[in-house]
Design a protein around this ligand. Sequence first.
Ligand code: AMP
Ligand code: GLY
Length: 429
Amino acid sequence: MNILLLGSGGREHALAWKLAQSSAIQSGGKLFAAPGNPGIAQDATLVPLDATDHAAVVAFCTLEQIGLVVIGPEAPLVDGLADSLRAEGIPVFGPSKAAAQLEGSKGFTKDLCQRANIPTAGYVRVSNRDDAMAALERFGAPVVIKADGLAAGKGVTVAMGMDEAVAAVNDIFAGRFGAAGAEAVIEEFMVGEEASFFALTDGTHIMAFASAQDHKRVGEGDTGPNTGGMGAYSPAPVLTAALESQVMERIIAPTVATLAAEGTPYSGVLFAGLMLTKDGPSLIEYNARFGDPETQVMMSRLESDLAELLLACATGTLADAQPPRFSPETALTVVMAAQNYPETPRKGGSIEGIDKAEATGAKVFHAGTALSGETLTINGGRVLNVTGRGADVTAAQAAAYAAVDAITAPDLFCRRDIGWREVAREAQG
Ligand code: AMP
Ligand code: GLY
């Protein structure tokens, strides 16, 4: 079977690496990726397709007899690419435009939680500044202000004081996020530790996939501005088996059942951002795709055939599929980012030593890299995901940083403390 993967980040490199190991590809199928990156090019044939041009993607799939399309990022999902492919009978991993509103509209997800009685922070949806100010008065600080639509991870403000909250509301209604900020959600501040949980679904059947913990702030000790994620590990021991079943029962299952009952079934991966509060797991947000860099650590542990699992989601046959098998080891990835990320990253610097890093047993996934002649260069904000494995988070962390230290790239930086919460707990025994 031929497969087309869409996207160009570290998440997609991890997916390409695992898809290339699947029997569909090992038995002679072709793996294509668009637009890909130099790392993905080691596992797939790159093609210059534009995911916003649905007709071009459909035409390519027909020409190359693609049996599965895997959509990596959220934008093409929210834009309805999965619908355009399904309309032509092409199996696709990823939700419809209607179901992808789980990521595309914060207000949509909050209303769904309310209808389905899913634990989440109390909230108000607002579409003008006056209503937003009234909501701020009602909640008091600390309070959380979110632009409703996709805002490249920048639409959320956790305001510890009222001045900051008012400034965030003013920003949104002054048009800082364009159409994504035509509406906003004001919500209660939750206290707890964050964890991510991933489940696969074909619209009716649900399968738990894996847990992970991300590090969203740019600075050590979780300080400084938010990023797309500076490092992650999987599994996240803080999400115990008991908590995982609560998440499946109280959050994932009612989400899938409600969307199906309402005529907009969700198929693909549900990525739940969770706050582990004193009253149990509470939903912070949903993403309609795999996480980046969470995917890099989950794929490092996955022993099952990825293409089979994703195809089962795409074709409504997940009930017949075997649950995923994972290595019992922990995987931990460190994001090496360009100087000045998450502001405008400085591009162009050279990268050397990936072979040496991989000779330690680690795996280096490419994100924002480019080839300039024979030289690998920096071409984005998050550039490399250096991924190690070990018996626990402490050992996986040591493996990942040993590989980081084998890379020579003066214009990249990384956090040196990925995994710190769990490393501290492991040190206490
Ligand atoms: P989101 O883009 O919705 O994941 O939000 C970004 C980050 O803001 C989350 O990872 C949390 O750290 C924080 N956050 C979002 N909503 C809340 C909330 N209701 N209470 C506390 N922190 C929150
Ligand atoms: N690492 C967070 C995300 O993929 O949204």
